[in-house]
Design a protein around this ligand. Sequence first.
Ligand code: 26Q
Length: 833
Amino acid sequence: MARKTANAKPACQIPVLGMDATSLCNDTRVHLELGLGQNSHTASDMAVFQAFGAALRDRLVERWKHTGEQMAQQGGKRGFYLSLEFLLGRALGNTLLTLGLEEAAASALHHDTRSLAGILEVEPDAGLGNGGLGRLAACFLDSCATLGLPVTGYGIRYAYGMFRQEIRDGYQKEEPDHWLKHGYPWEIKRPERVRRIPFQGHSERLTDACGDYRYRWVDTCDVLAVPYDIPIPGYRNGIVNTLRLWRAAATDVFDFGEFNAGAYPEAVAAKNAAEHISMVLYPNDCSENGKELRLRQQYFLASATLQDILSDWSETHGSDFQDFSASHVFQLNDTHPSIAVAELMRLLIDEHALGWDTAWDITCQTMAYTNHTLLPEALEKWPVRLFRQLLPRILEIIHEINGRFLREAARRHPGDTALLERLSIIEEGPEPMVRMAHLAVVGSFSVNGVAELHTSLLCSELFRDFCRLWPERFNNKTNGVTPRRWLQWANPGMCALVSSRIGEGWKHDLGQMEKLREAASDRQFLQAWGSVRAENRQRLIQLVQAQTGIRFLQEGIMDVQVKRIHEYKRQILNALHAVHLYDRIKMGDSASVTPRNILFAGKAAPGYFMAKRIIKFISSIASIINADPDTEGLLRVAFLPDYRVSLMEHICAGTDLSEQISTAGKEASGTGNMKFMMNGALTIGTLDGANIEIRQAVGPDHFFLFGLDAGEVARLRPHYNPRHFIESDPDLQRVLDLVRSGYFNPYEPGIFDPLLDSLLSPHDPWMVLADFGSYKHKQQEVAELWHDQEEWLRKSIFNTAASGFFSSDRTIAEYNAEIWHLSPLVASGSGLG
Ligand code: 26Q
């Protein structure tokens, strides 16, 4: 009864699934009772989520198959986004939003006496990423599907995603994230498309019938790659793209037979070793740690993905690769999958018998690389020794690529051996290393940075020599975020208000938000804007109280810094400012202090001592400040544990002030800055990453700028003397004295000395104290503006109005126009829109 049976159809054809509440309710029951064997009255919310997810997945699969057929029919070029990380977060809300099923879902669940809100909250985040880079990949897939671009994501199906963060006694504790524990209703396993990935062994040279050399990689220890597909729906366009994630499995069945009974434990151990590859996401997002397992993960992804794509090609084109590069483009999300450059060469030469030059042309015409960092400690390098042992054939190919590249460079710059040394893919030294960024640049036709400043620094610093060699390769693609999740889903109240003013066109073209500007002079609209913001702030206050027990101030500025904890992001600067406000209150200067809630959240890499100590520092000042009766009604500080995608969905709408305070030149782009701006927060920030473009878009009067710019940072660095800044600012002196006195850590003396020592060092790379004074003054300006709520709200509207540029739809349209050149799928009128 759930299905439409109006048209007479052959008995075996699956009817189109209903999109109404009754159909959803019935199909959820079928999945719950028959699929999961549960009783719909007694089932847990988790079981209902699984069943409801399965019912929705059925609806996605209909559209998914149709999209696949359309792609096959239209032919044409396809894009592939390779990333070690896809930080998807939850899928249920996004599925409802994209299919237009929010109301039907709420009433379907209500029918079973469940609340949609309750079911939404039990879905675990798919936390298959660390932060910005992984979330960017997820936003990009969303935009590709929405724009109808035939792009497939390829990644790893980690059994354990980003660790769960608990805070005990102010310290971070990591707990494993077993996100697949209850099953994952959105994925479909594709065992028929399993691939075999070689490791170890050695390379053999043979001579073929024509007298040419051929190479075979033999005596390998193979691991299987099993694909799981996740549907990526576009926004109300009937298109569903694919994210294919690989799980590692042992080549068990017949290998097992080889072992005699005595070796059984060793056989099981070998199976485990194979499966380790996709066991866990590496939780460090800034410093590369050179672990062999990580290199295995990278090669596993690259090889499985390229084998998958080449086998599709060979099925229809045999060994003719003439048109391959015209119909494929691979976007590499940082250097993490850049071993794909060498793997594509290997597959084309060794497995498909192409000559070197033909294979190299194909590789350089299909690979495109995005860089996400300038920090030297994050640049990936692998010991040649490790390559030789783990991927011997790949090392040979890298040496050959490098040899040919260096000969070409030498022809163009004869005699400049220093230049060749700088350009080389191999860094010479006692332990020679493979520079993955160089491999990526040499093997790609496009290299892009992720914000204007970042791209220009790439060209003037990190890739200066390459940029001179091949200027046409380098381009900028300023990041963006998906307005579906980050605006429509996260802030329905504001969205309704926006639509009542400017219509619904902005949902398909965020540029139309510009139309809001004129509404900023309408008193009534301002008031409505203020009410929506107050409701959102209230919800955030409740969340903070529920999670931490801390009561935020109703009237306070919601001042928020949420992101990975890293020294370059300077959470410590914000925390020192909190101490400064506290100090003013304690000095009896309460009258000049504006009520403020300072909220922090973010994970520290488990091995990053300083980042973990920063968390302890924030927790400690929060405990003292919140417990002091003098701060009543004036100041609250909280550290919200376990920052993740679904938490940001609750935070971004309730934020008044967005903290984007990295040392200029260090944050490649930032994307949290865009989510906050879209939702009407004002930004206090440095001239770093995309902040610069945000400020340009909204206008300098509506952005709280402070601090040194990237040029000033570079010029001051050699003479940097933090004591100079302390001596000329008694406020700063008092803050540091208070921290040094042990006031915030009476029972753990000295624990903040490493933080203080770093701040006081002339070698502090982040030059925190150089910006303290300017930050403090700008925060005073923020506080004064808060008292003029009308002006604040006007600026808030201007921020949302100017946020169109920061939609990932714009970013992806640029990738497509300038790098990929894919034709969008045309709407087909399947009735599945
Ligand atoms: C490397 C080697 C070994 C283990 C881990 C890693 C690793 C993993 C993740 C290195 C870096 C990352 C993530 C980097 C990242 O998130 N970068 C951010 O990318 C965003 C999207 O472009 C930017 O907005 C941020 O500025 C940038 O920091």
